[in-house]
Design a protein around this ligand. Sequence first.
Ligand SMILES: [Zn+2]
Length: 381
Amino acid sequence: MALEGDRIARVGSGPAPDAVELGRVVILPALVNAHTHLELSYLRDRVPPSTRFINWIRVLMAARRQFPDPSDPRILRAAQEGIDEARATGTGLVGDISNTLVTVPLLRDAGLGAHVFYELLGFNSPDPEKRVEDARAQAREVGRPDDSLRVSLAAHAPYSVSPGLFSAIRADLDGEAARVSSVHLGESQEELEFLKDGIGAWRTLLEELGVWTDEWTPPGGSPVEYLADLGFLDSRVIVVHGVQFSGEDLATLRSLGVTVVSCPRSNRYVGVGDPPIESFYAMGVSVAFGTDSLASVQDLNMFSELAHARRLAPRVSARTLLESATLCGARALGFERDFGTIEAGKRASLITVQVPDGVSDVEEYLLSGIQPGAIRWLEHE
Ligand SMILES: [Zn+2]
Protein backbone atom coordinates (compact mmCIF):
# COMPACT_ATOMS: atom_id res chain seq x y z
CA MET A 1 0.00 0.00 0.00
CA ALA A 2 1.40 3.37 -0.98
CA LEU A 3 0.27 6.56 0.71
CA GLU A 4 0.49 10.04 -0.72
CA GLY A 5 -0.28 12.81 1.69
CA ASP A 6 -3.45 11.84 3.49
CA ARG A 7 -4.64 9.55 0.68
CA ILE A 8 -4.14 5.93 -0.30
CA ALA A 9 -2.32 6.07 -3.63
CA ARG A 10 -2.01 2.37 -4.52
CA VAL A 11 -2.79 -1.05 -3.12
CA GLY A 12 -1.00 -4.11 -4.46
CA SER A 13 1.39 -6.93 -3.68
CA GLY A 14 5.05 -7.59 -4.21
CA PRO A 15 8.26 -5.96 -3.03
CA ALA A 16 8.58 -2.21 -2.75
CA PRO A 17 11.97 -0.54 -2.23
CA ASP A 18 10.84 1.99 0.36
CA ALA A 19 8.45 -0.30 2.22
CA VAL A 20 8.03 0.03 5.98
CA GLU A 21 8.06 -3.19 7.99
CA LEU A 22 5.07 -3.06 10.33
CA GLY A 23 5.57 -6.41 12.01
CA ARG A 24 2.82 -8.85 12.83
CA VAL A 25 -0.14 -6.53 12.46
CA VAL A 26 -3.34 -6.30 10.50
CA ILE A 27 -4.11 -3.05 8.70
CA LEU A 28 -7.71 -1.91 8.89
CA PRO A 29 -9.65 1.07 7.67
CA ALA A 30 -10.49 3.16 10.76
CA LEU A 31 -13.63 1.95 12.47
CA VAL A 32 -16.88 3.86 12.15
CA ASN A 33 -18.91 4.56 15.27
CA ALA A 34 -22.23 5.29 13.58
CA HIS A 35 -24.10 6.34 16.71
CA THR A 36 -22.78 8.16 19.72
CA HIS A 37 -23.59 11.27 21.75
CA LEU A 38 -20.18 12.76 22.59
CA GLU A 39 -21.76 15.73 24.37
CA LEU A 40 -23.14 13.31 26.98
CA SER A 41 -19.68 12.03 27.89
CA TYR A 42 -19.83 13.93 31.19
CA LEU A 43 -22.55 11.50 32.27
CA ARG A 44 -20.10 8.63 32.44
CA ASP A 45 -20.76 6.79 35.73
CA ARG A 46 -23.62 9.18 36.58
CA VAL A 47 -26.46 7.07 35.15
CA PRO A 48 -26.40 3.50 36.46
CA PRO A 49 -27.61 0.51 34.44
CA SER A 50 -31.35 -0.08 34.63
CA THR A 51 -33.76 -2.94 34.15
CA ARG A 52 -36.43 -0.57 32.82
CA PHE A 53 -35.73 1.89 30.01
CA ILE A 54 -38.08 4.51 31.37
CA ASN A 55 -36.19 4.58 34.67
CA TRP A 56 -32.89 5.02 32.85
CA ILE A 57 -34.42 7.93 30.89
CA ARG A 58 -35.66 9.55 34.08
CA VAL A 59 -32.24 9.39 35.73
CA LEU A 60 -30.63 10.66 32.51
CA MET A 61 -32.99 13.63 32.34
CA ALA A 62 -32.38 14.49 36.00
CA ALA A 63 -28.62 14.25 35.50
CA ARG A 64 -28.74 16.53 32.42
CA ARG A 65 -30.75 19.11 34.36
CA GLN A 66 -27.83 19.46 36.77
CA PHE A 67 -25.72 20.78 33.89
CA PRO A 68 -28.02 23.33 32.25
CA ASP A 69 -25.30 25.27 30.42
CA PRO A 70 -24.33 23.40 27.23
CA SER A 71 -20.95 25.17 27.25
CA ASP A 72 -20.17 24.10 30.82
CA PRO A 73 -16.40 23.42 30.79
CA ARG A 74 -17.04 20.03 32.40
CA ILE A 75 -19.25 19.06 29.44
CA LEU A 76 -16.68 20.26 26.92
CA ARG A 77 -13.78 18.59 28.70
CA ALA A 78 -15.60 15.26 28.89
CA ALA A 79 -16.59 15.48 25.20
CA GLN A 80 -12.94 16.15 24.33
CA GLU A 81 -11.90 13.11 26.35
CA GLY A 82 -14.55 11.09 24.52
CA ILE A 83 -13.10 12.15 21.17
CA ASP A 84 -9.61 11.22 22.37
CA GLU A 85 -10.88 7.84 23.54
CA ALA A 86 -12.62 7.16 20.21
CA ARG A 87 -9.40 7.92 18.38
CA ALA A 88 -7.24 5.87 20.72
CA THR A 89 -9.48 2.86 20.10
CA GLY A 90 -9.25 3.11 16.33
CA THR A 91 -12.35 5.09 15.39
CA GLY A 92 -11.86 7.52 12.51
CA LEU A 93 -15.44 8.52 11.75
CA VAL A 94 -18.41 9.11 14.03
CA GLY A 95 -22.11 9.68 13.64
CA ASP A 96 -22.50 12.07 16.54
CA ILE A 97 -25.87 13.08 17.92
CA SER A 98 -25.97 16.56 19.42
CA ASN A 99 -28.75 18.68 20.88
CA THR A 100 -26.51 21.73 21.27
CA LEU A 101 -23.84 21.53 18.52
CA VAL A 102 -21.08 22.02 21.13
CA THR A 103 -19.20 19.02 19.76
CA VAL A 104 -18.81 20.49 16.25
CA PRO A 105 -15.73 22.67 16.94
CA LEU A 106 -14.19 19.95 19.10
CA LEU A 107 -14.55 17.36 16.34
CA ARG A 108 -13.22 19.77 13.76
CA ASP A 109 -10.16 20.65 15.85
CA ALA A 110 -9.49 16.97 16.53
CA GLY A 111 -9.63 16.16 12.81
CA LEU A 112 -11.98 13.27 13.49
CA GLY A 113 -14.32 12.50 10.60
CA ALA A 114 -17.86 13.23 11.72
CA HIS A 115 -21.40 13.50 10.66
CA VAL A 116 -23.07 15.53 13.39
CA PHE A 117 -26.79 15.00 13.68
CA TYR A 118 -28.38 18.11 15.17
CA GLU A 119 -31.17 16.29 16.93
CA LEU A 120 -34.54 17.90 17.55
CA LEU A 121 -37.19 16.96 20.08
CA GLY A 122 -40.72 18.34 20.23
CA PHE A 123 -43.75 16.22 20.85
CA ASN A 124 -45.97 19.26 21.02
CA SER A 125 -44.21 21.84 18.90
CA PRO A 126 -46.54 24.57 17.66
CA ASP A 127 -44.56 25.59 14.56
CA PRO A 128 -42.34 22.75 13.36
CA GLU A 129 -41.35 24.51 10.12
CA LYS A 130 -40.02 27.48 12.08
CA ARG A 131 -38.25 25.13 14.49
CA VAL A 132 -36.47 23.43 11.61
CA GLU A 133 -35.67 26.73 9.94
CA ASP A 134 -34.04 28.00 13.15
CA ALA A 135 -32.12 24.76 13.60
CA ARG A 136 -30.92 24.92 10.00
CA ALA A 137 -29.64 28.47 10.62
CA GLN A 138 -27.81 27.32 13.77
CA ALA A 139 -26.28 24.41 11.88
CA ARG A 140 -25.06 26.85 9.24
CA GLU A 141 -23.50 29.07 11.90
CA VAL A 142 -21.12 26.37 13.12
CA GLY A 143 -19.30 26.30 9.81
CA ARG A 144 -19.31 25.03 6.30
CA PRO A 145 -19.43 21.31 5.62
CA ASP A 146 -16.19 19.82 4.32
CA ASP A 147 -14.59 16.43 3.62
CA SER A 148 -14.30 15.71 7.34
CA LEU A 149 -17.36 17.17 8.98
CA ARG A 150 -20.98 17.65 8.05
CA VAL A 151 -24.05 18.65 10.03
CA SER A 152 -27.66 17.77 9.34
CA LEU A 153 -30.92 17.70 11.27
CA ALA A 154 -32.25 14.56 12.92
CA ALA A 155 -35.30 13.45 14.88
CA HIS A 156 -34.98 11.99 18.36
CA ALA A 157 -37.71 9.31 18.48
CA PRO A 158 -41.41 8.72 17.69
CA TYR A 159 -42.45 9.40 21.31
CA SER A 160 -40.63 12.73 21.47
CA VAL A 161 -41.18 14.17 17.97
CA SER A 162 -44.57 15.17 16.57
CA PRO A 163 -45.68 14.04 13.10
CA GLY A 164 -45.41 17.66 11.95
CA LEU A 165 -41.83 17.93 13.18
CA PHE A 166 -40.92 14.64 11.47
CA SER A 167 -42.31 16.06 8.21
CA ALA A 168 -40.42 19.33 8.61
CA ILE A 169 -37.14 17.48 9.28
CA ARG A 170 -37.80 15.28 6.25
CA ALA A 171 -38.42 18.36 4.09
CA ASP A 172 -35.09 19.77 5.23
CA LEU A 173 -33.42 16.48 4.33
CA ASP A 174 -34.96 16.64 0.86
CA GLY A 175 -33.54 20.14 0.45
CA GLU A 176 -30.08 18.78 -0.32
CA ALA A 177 -29.15 15.43 -1.84
CA ALA A 178 -26.06 14.87 0.32
CA ARG A 179 -27.85 15.11 3.65
CA VAL A 180 -28.52 12.13 5.88
CA SER A 181 -30.67 11.89 8.97
CA SER A 182 -31.22 9.65 11.97
CA VAL A 183 -33.86 8.55 14.44
CA HIS A 184 -33.92 6.28 17.51
CA LEU A 185 -36.44 3.59 16.62
CA GLY A 186 -37.83 0.40 18.11
CA GLU A 187 -35.69 0.67 21.21
CA SER A 188 -38.09 -0.23 24.05
CA GLN A 189 -41.29 -2.18 24.58
CA GLU A 190 -42.78 1.02 26.01
CA GLU A 191 -42.34 2.68 22.59
CA LEU A 192 -44.36 -0.09 20.92
CA GLU A 193 -47.09 0.20 23.52
CA PHE A 194 -47.25 3.96 23.13
CA LEU A 195 -47.51 3.90 19.32
CA LYS A 196 -50.05 1.12 19.39
CA ASP A 197 -52.45 2.43 22.01
CA GLY A 198 -51.15 5.79 23.22
CA ILE A 199 -50.71 4.49 26.75
CA GLY A 200 -48.04 3.36 29.17
CA ALA A 201 -44.86 4.81 30.58
CA TRP A 202 -44.23 7.24 27.71
CA ARG A 203 -47.71 8.70 27.97
CA THR A 204 -47.20 9.20 31.71
CA LEU A 205 -43.84 10.86 31.19
CA LEU A 206 -45.12 13.19 28.45
CA GLU A 207 -48.00 14.20 30.72
CA GLU A 208 -45.60 14.84 33.59
CA LEU A 209 -43.46 17.00 31.32
CA GLY A 210 -46.57 18.94 30.32
CA VAL A 211 -46.18 18.22 26.59
CA TRP A 212 -48.91 15.64 26.08
CA THR A 213 -51.54 16.73 23.57
CA ASP A 214 -54.90 15.12 22.78
CA GLU A 215 -54.31 16.07 19.16
CA TRP A 216 -51.84 13.20 18.91
CA THR A 217 -53.59 9.97 18.05
CA PRO A 218 -51.72 6.68 18.25
CA PRO A 219 -50.85 5.46 14.74
CA GLY A 220 -51.58 1.90 15.83
CA GLY A 221 -48.78 0.08 14.03
CA SER A 222 -45.12 -0.63 14.71
CA PRO A 223 -42.51 2.15 14.90
CA VAL A 224 -41.25 1.24 11.42
CA GLU A 225 -44.77 1.26 9.94
CA TYR A 226 -45.43 4.63 11.54
CA LEU A 227 -42.37 6.36 10.13
CA ALA A 228 -42.64 4.62 6.76
CA ASP A 229 -46.24 5.87 6.50
CA LEU A 230 -45.08 9.38 7.40
CA GLY A 231 -42.63 9.18 4.49
CA PHE A 232 -39.69 9.71 6.84
CA LEU A 233 -37.69 6.60 5.98
CA ASP A 234 -35.45 5.95 3.01
CA SER A 235 -31.80 5.13 2.30
CA ARG A 236 -30.68 8.51 3.66
CA VAL A 237 -32.12 7.87 7.11
CA ILE A 238 -30.46 5.61 9.64
CA VAL A 239 -32.56 4.01 12.36
CA VAL A 240 -30.83 3.37 15.65
CA HIS A 241 -31.39 0.35 17.91
CA GLY A 242 -34.22 -1.75 16.39
CA VAL A 243 -34.31 -4.04 19.42
CA GLN A 244 -38.07 -4.49 18.95
CA PHE A 245 -38.14 -4.87 15.14
CA SER A 246 -40.24 -7.71 13.72
CA GLY A 247 -39.47 -9.64 10.55
CA GLU A 248 -42.02 -7.51 8.76
CA ASP A 249 -40.32 -4.32 9.96
CA LEU A 250 -36.98 -5.61 8.71
CA ALA A 251 -38.47 -6.44 5.30
CA THR A 252 -39.78 -2.87 5.07
CA LEU A 253 -36.41 -1.42 6.05
CA ARG A 254 -34.61 -3.58 3.50
CA SER A 255 -36.93 -2.50 0.71
CA LEU A 256 -36.48 1.15 1.67
CA GLY A 257 -32.68 0.78 1.88
CA VAL A 258 -32.55 1.95 5.50
CA THR A 259 -29.47 1.12 7.61
CA VAL A 260 -30.01 -0.13 11.15
CA VAL A 261 -27.37 1.03 13.61
CA SER A 262 -27.12 -1.44 16.45
CA CYS A 263 -25.73 -0.48 19.88
CA PRO A 264 -26.03 -3.80 21.72
CA ARG A 265 -24.08 -2.88 24.85
CA SER A 266 -26.27 0.18 25.39
CA ASN A 267 -29.44 -1.86 24.85
CA ARG A 268 -28.50 -4.14 27.68
CA TYR A 269 -27.41 -1.25 29.91
CA VAL A 270 -30.72 0.62 29.61
CA GLY A 271 -32.81 -2.50 30.11
CA VAL A 272 -34.47 -2.96 26.70
CA GLY A 273 -32.97 -6.40 26.03
CA ASP A 274 -30.77 -7.67 23.22
CA PRO A 275 -31.20 -6.66 19.55
CA PRO A 276 -31.98 -9.46 17.03
CA ILE A 277 -28.68 -8.95 15.22
CA GLU A 278 -28.80 -12.27 13.38
CA SER A 279 -32.27 -11.41 12.06
CA PHE A 280 -31.02 -8.03 10.83
CA TYR A 281 -28.49 -9.83 8.65
CA ALA A 282 -30.74 -12.76 7.74
CA MET A 283 -33.33 -10.30 6.41
CA GLY A 284 -30.72 -8.58 4.27
CA VAL A 285 -30.83 -5.24 6.08
CA SER A 286 -27.74 -3.04 6.05
CA VAL A 287 -26.26 -3.03 9.58
CA ALA A 288 -23.80 -0.62 11.19
CA PHE A 289 -22.69 -0.38 14.81
CA GLY A 290 -22.40 2.37 17.38
CA THR A 291 -21.48 2.62 21.02
CA ASP A 292 -24.22 5.09 21.98
CA SER A 293 -23.24 7.57 24.72
CA LEU A 294 -21.16 7.14 27.84
CA ALA A 295 -24.44 7.46 29.76
CA SER A 296 -25.26 3.92 28.64
CA VAL A 297 -21.94 2.24 27.90
CA GLN A 298 -18.64 1.87 29.75
CA ASP A 299 -16.36 3.01 26.93
CA LEU A 300 -16.32 4.26 23.34
CA ASN A 301 -14.21 1.36 22.07
CA MET A 302 -15.87 0.00 18.91
CA PHE A 303 -13.85 -3.20 19.26
CA SER A 304 -15.66 -3.82 22.56
CA GLU A 305 -18.98 -3.21 20.81
CA LEU A 306 -18.00 -5.71 18.13
CA ALA A 307 -17.03 -8.28 20.74
CA HIS A 308 -20.47 -7.97 22.29
CA ALA A 309 -22.15 -8.17 18.88
CA ARG A 310 -20.14 -11.31 18.13
CA ARG A 311 -21.52 -12.97 21.29
CA LEU A 312 -25.09 -12.09 20.27
CA ALA A 313 -24.62 -13.15 16.66
CA PRO A 314 -22.38 -16.23 16.60
CA ARG A 315 -23.67 -17.33 13.19
CA VAL A 316 -22.80 -14.12 11.37
CA SER A 317 -19.36 -14.25 9.77
CA ALA A 318 -16.58 -12.23 11.36
CA ARG A 319 -15.97 -10.53 8.03
CA THR A 320 -19.58 -9.36 7.83
CA LEU A 321 -19.46 -7.87 11.32
CA LEU A 322 -16.21 -6.07 10.50
CA GLU A 323 -17.75 -4.71 7.30
CA SER A 324 -20.63 -3.33 9.37
CA ALA A 325 -18.18 -1.50 11.64
CA THR A 326 -16.36 0.02 8.67
CA LEU A 327 -17.90 0.25 5.20
CA CYS A 328 -21.59 0.01 6.19
CA GLY A 329 -21.17 2.75 8.78
CA ALA A 330 -19.28 4.98 6.35
CA ARG A 331 -21.95 4.46 3.71
CA ALA A 332 -24.81 5.18 6.10
CA LEU A 333 -23.15 8.45 7.11
CA GLY A 334 -22.53 9.42 3.47
CA PHE A 335 -18.73 9.15 3.82
CA GLU A 336 -18.00 6.06 1.73
CA ARG A 337 -15.87 7.99 -0.75
CA ASP A 338 -13.32 8.65 1.99
CA PHE A 339 -13.77 5.97 4.66
CA GLY A 340 -14.65 2.34 5.17
CA THR A 341 -12.24 0.37 2.96
CA ILE A 342 -8.58 0.28 1.92
CA GLU A 343 -8.80 1.50 -1.67
CA ALA A 344 -6.81 3.85 -3.82
CA GLY A 345 -8.20 7.37 -3.60
CA LYS A 346 -9.71 7.00 -0.16
CA ARG A 347 -8.41 8.80 2.85
CA ALA A 348 -5.51 7.07 4.61
CA SER A 349 -7.51 6.83 7.82
CA LEU A 350 -5.94 3.52 8.75
CA ILE A 351 -5.08 1.64 11.88
CA THR A 352 -2.94 -1.36 12.68
CA VAL A 353 -3.85 -3.98 15.25
CA GLN A 354 -1.14 -6.15 16.69
CA VAL A 355 -1.81 -9.85 16.16
CA PRO A 356 -0.23 -12.20 18.72
CA ASP A 357 1.65 -15.30 17.63
CA GLY A 358 -0.56 -18.32 17.28
CA VAL A 359 -3.61 -16.45 15.99
CA SER A 360 -4.70 -18.05 12.72
CA ASP A 361 -8.17 -16.55 12.20
CA VAL A 362 -7.37 -12.87 12.12
CA GLU A 363 -10.91 -11.69 11.40
CA GLU A 364 -12.26 -13.60 14.37
CA TYR A 365 -9.43 -12.29 16.53
CA LEU A 366 -10.51 -8.72 15.72
CA LEU A 367 -13.85 -9.48 17.38
CA SER A 368 -12.27 -10.60 20.63
CA GLY A 369 -12.27 -7.17 22.28
CA ILE A 370 -9.12 -5.41 21.07
CA GLN A 371 -7.76 -2.90 23.58
CA PRO A 372 -6.10 0.44 22.78
CA GLY A 373 -2.61 -0.82 23.60
CA ALA A 374 -2.71 -3.05 20.50
CA ILE A 375 -3.94 -0.26 18.18
CA ARG A 376 -1.83 2.27 16.28
CA TRP A 377 -2.70 4.89 13.70
CA LEU A 378 -0.80 4.15 10.55
CA GLU A 379 -0.22 7.79 9.65
CA HIS A 380 1.72 8.13 12.89
CA GLU A 381 4.24 5.44 11.97
ZN1 LIG B 1 -28.70 7.41 21.08
